[in-house]
Design a protein around this ligand. Structure first.
Ligand code: GDP
Ligand code: IMO
Ligand code: MG
Length: 427
């Protein structure tokens, strides 16, 4: 029962889409288990480039069944436009399965996300504005709307009423906005019901039966470990659990079924939105990483904040996810630096700290302690095996592996499917 979890080991955008797509040809199911269309995954197949937000990256592999699990929040209009875009390019999306228990991102959740951020001003989180936080808040407050509610108009109406009761007070009295009409929302949501119907399934049953039949299931995380609501840099996080445990709750599969947990790790670090980032660069090195690495958000088009590799974070990701492997991405982006700084510890108020501090105050004060590793200038994008890499690139990878606490089993040397060095097989 090979069940693999593939997740971001940093602050997202590590290259999860490419890694999932790479494995997609050998797996039977690819499952998104949390998040929504706040994710942005770029997948390059030959000369074709795809930007996916809500759909699992396995959708591009024929033979693989893509699944949207119960832990995901679904904006139906985004789902349909993503499906239409893929269909127009000849991608068959008919196998998609969506959990009837997944929550719907309603138009009022998107409104509340945007007005809340505006209200926070300088203290804003820098969300993607896609309604993610308010939809999860409704879920926890037990006033969420689930996909299955679209098939009972009376229940749907009662639930929308309950959800809007408090929200309209907030919108009109605090945020100075117009109230949202129940009838209008119900009508819009019902308009999605027929097209969604063929995809809706008991995905928990489907996935557990698949595992019993020894099928290969890959759970694909959105976002990353440091954006996790419990284990990330709270409050500058997303509102779900991208960490490994999230795969169990977000797909309905027990932890004893998971055989491997792969952390996708960029050879340097990036972050989008607000929040602490100890190795962030504000100089020409940061600009160069952004330019060479193409570090611009797939979802919001925002420039990503860039910095050197942070081994403290990588060690932390190994621990909280129980990582068995790393997939190191974008090593090619570091070609050309004479030496490459790597953060091995933090200095916090005069103390050297080797592990991620649990205190937010300490983390805000953390200054990186760097070791300087020799760089390389040779083009590595054609490398097919570890021994094809220049000695200094090999040493950089080995040093990262040693510091991070799990074997690096694959290395990305370019965005394409085949621009990958496989060291240990994942399957
Ligand atoms: P995700 O959100 O984790 O799927 O990552 P994104 O798609 O947001 O960002 C990763 C970017 O890096 C995408 O543009 C990928 O095409 C690209 N990419 C992935 N792996 C590599 C790699 O090894 N080298 C290079 N140069 N680009 C890569
Ligand atoms: P992928 O899957 C990078 C960030 C936002 C913001 C915070 C909260 O492509 O790696 P939200 O809209 O989720 O409430 O915003 O989380 N964020 C991401 N950053 N990659 C992502 O997804 C992200 N999804 C959310 O920028 O700081
Ligand atoms: Mg992304």
């Amino acid at each position: 029962m090979p069940a693999l979890v593939l997740l971001g080991a940093q602050w997202g955008d590590e290259g999860k889409g490419k890694a999932t797509d790479l494995l997609g040809g050998s797996v039977d199911y690819v499952v998104r288990y949390q998040g929504g269309n706040n994710a942005g995954h770029t997948v390059v197949v030959g000369d074709q480039k795809y930007a996916l937000h809500l759909l699992p990256s396995g959708i591009l592999s024929p033979g693989c069944t893509p699944v949207i699990g119960n832990g995901v929040v679904v904006d139906p209009s985004v789902l349909f436009s993503e499906l239409n875009g893929l269909n127009d390019r000849g991608v068959d999306t008919s196998k998609l399965l969506i959990s009837g228990n997944a929550h719907i991102i309603t138009p009022y959740n998107v409104t509340v996300d945007k007005v809340t951020e505006r209200f926070l001003g300088k203290r804003k989180i820098g969300t993607t504005g896609r309604g993610i936080g308010p939809t999860y808040a409704d879920k926890i407050n037990r006033v969420g709307i689930r996909i299955q509610d679209l098939y009972d108009e009376s229940i749907l109406t009662q639930k929308v009423e309950a959800a809007l009761d408090g929200k309209n007070q907030l919108l009109t009295k605090v945020f100075n906005r117009r109230a949202i009409e129940v009838g209008q929302v119900v009508e819009e949501l019902l308009g999605y019901a027929d097209r969604l119907k063929p995809y809706v399934a008991d995905t928990v049953l489907v996935l557990n039966q698949a595992l019993e039949q020894d099928k290969v299931v890959l759970f694909e995380g959105g976002q990353g470990t440091l954006l996790d609501i419990d284990h990330g840099t709270y409050p500058f996080v997303t509102s779900s659990n991208p960490t490994a445990g999230g795969a169990c709750t977000g797909a309905g599969v027990g932890p004893t079924k998971i055989s491997r947990v792969i952390g996708i790790l960029k050879a340097y670090t990036t972050r989008v939105g607000s929040g602490p980032f100890p190795t962030e660069l504000f100089d020409e090195d940061g600009d160069a990483l952004r330019r060479i690495g193409g570090e611009r958000g797939v979802t919001t088009g925002r420039d990503r904040r860039c910095g050197w590799f942070d081994a403290v974070i990588a060690r932390y990701a190994t621990r909280v996810n129980g990582l068995t492997d790393f997939f190191l991405t974008k090593l090619d982006v570091l070609t050309g630096w004479e030496q490459i700084p790597v953060c091995v510890a933090y200095e916090i108020d005069g103390r050297r700290v080797e592990e991620l501090p649990y205190s937010q105050t300490d983390f805000h004060h953390a200054k990186p302690v760097y070791e300087y590793l020799p760089g390389w200038s040779e083009d590595i994008t054609k490398a097919k095996s570890f021994s094809d890499l220049p000695k200094n690139a090999q040493d950089y990878v080995k040093a990262l592996e040693e510091m991070s606490g799990a074997p690096i089993s694959a290395i990305g040397v370019g965005p394409g499917r085949d621009e990958t060095i496989e060291i240990n097989s994942f399957l």
